[in-house]
Design a protein around this ligand. Structure first.
Ligand code: ATP
Ligand code: IPE
Length: 265
């Protein structure tokens, strides 16, 4: 099959678990937000050259991984059932997200992460980008998620949706990558701890100094997101971080408007 020609360029959207779920309530999706985001994607879709969605774990994947002490994505003494349960939790959330998107008529198609990605030494090493291209060429919206993948050296590793979206963006030469989170953008320090934190509308990943709050999740939180974003920015992908809890933001960002924080070199 021919490689997909994106025309206007592929857009990759990573929707954080903090947007899709109530993080403090175990296995509780934000169904109204999912429906809202689905409608915004639907409205913006006609002008996009292709769209790939990646989602995080929120109160589905993270607590299960933490229960098995998979804090660094891997624990040599974790029982095999830990792998079953983490993937199962992620697929439950994926099913909810997929259904919410399909309900407004979006032709989404889930790609099970461990079937297309491999890790080495705890890091995402490869992802089958041509499979995503094939789905795009069928006018589908591929959707995948942070989860457990097999690792050539460690056995397995938990890979974040952030890492997957950056790898896809670089591998497919995406036009843009939009991180959807529960904050208005990147601040000079954690806005949830420092109410006087300043929102940065444009951040140079090589020059500006940003202070990150304590990382509580198993995949490295915002620090990992920002560090990885640099890889996409330096390969020519336009990258921004927006607040998905604010109505209209995702639609605006998909339309190329200046919302949230733009990351530059
Ligand atoms: P999840 O919240 O589920 O892990 P996500 O992808 O939506 O997934 P994070 O990667 O955790 O989001 O990043 C967003 C969080 O990072 C915010 O809720 C905020 O509290 C925290 N944070 C820490 N430091 C900063 C900072 N300097 N600027 C903005 N947010 C920050
Ligand atoms: C987490 O993916 C995957 C698992 C914990 C299994 P992410 O790291 O992308 O999730 P969020 O967006 O931070 O919730």
């Amino acid at each position: 099959m021919n490689e997909y020609d994106p025309g206007n360029g592929v857009v990759i959207v990573k929707i954080g678990g903090s947007v899709l779920t109530f993080k403090e309530k175990f296995f509780e999706p934000r169904t109204e937000i999912i429906a809202q985001l689905a409608q915004e994607i639907k409205n913006a879709l006609p002008r996009l050259g292709g769209l790939i969605l990646v989602h995080g774990g929120g109160s589905f994947g993270h607590p299960v991984a933490a229960h098995y002490l998979l804090q660094k994505g891997y624990a040599s003494n974790a029982p095999a059932i830990a792998l079953t349960e983490v993937e199962d939790a992620m697929r439950k959330l994926n099913g909810i997200v997929e259904e919410g998107l399909a309900r407004v008529g979006l032709p989404v198609f889930t790609v099970q992460t461990s079937a297309v990605a491999r890790a080495r030494q705890g890091k995402l090493a490869e992802i089958n980008t041509s499979f995503f291209s094939e789905l795009l060429s069928l006018s589908l919206i591929p959707i995948t998620y942070g989860s457990l993948i097999f690792d050539e050296t460690l056995g397995y590793t938990i890979v974040s949706g952030d890492d997957i979206s950056v790898k896809l963006a670089v591998g497919l030469g995406a036009k843009s990558l939009i991180f959807v989170s529960d904050v208005d953008g990147l601040y000079d320090r954690d806005p949830k701890i420092h109410p006087d934190a300043k929102l940065l509308r444009k951040v140079s990943l090589t020059r500006d100094h940003v202070i990150f709050g304590e990382v509580k999740d198993v995949t490295g939180g915002i620090r990992n997101k920002v560090e990885n974003a640099g890889l996409a920015v330096s390969s020519g992908v336009a990258v921004r971080l927006i607040n998905g809890l604010r109505r209209g933001n995702l639609y605006a960002a998909l339309n190329g408007e200046d919302v949230g924080t733009e990351f530059i070199e």
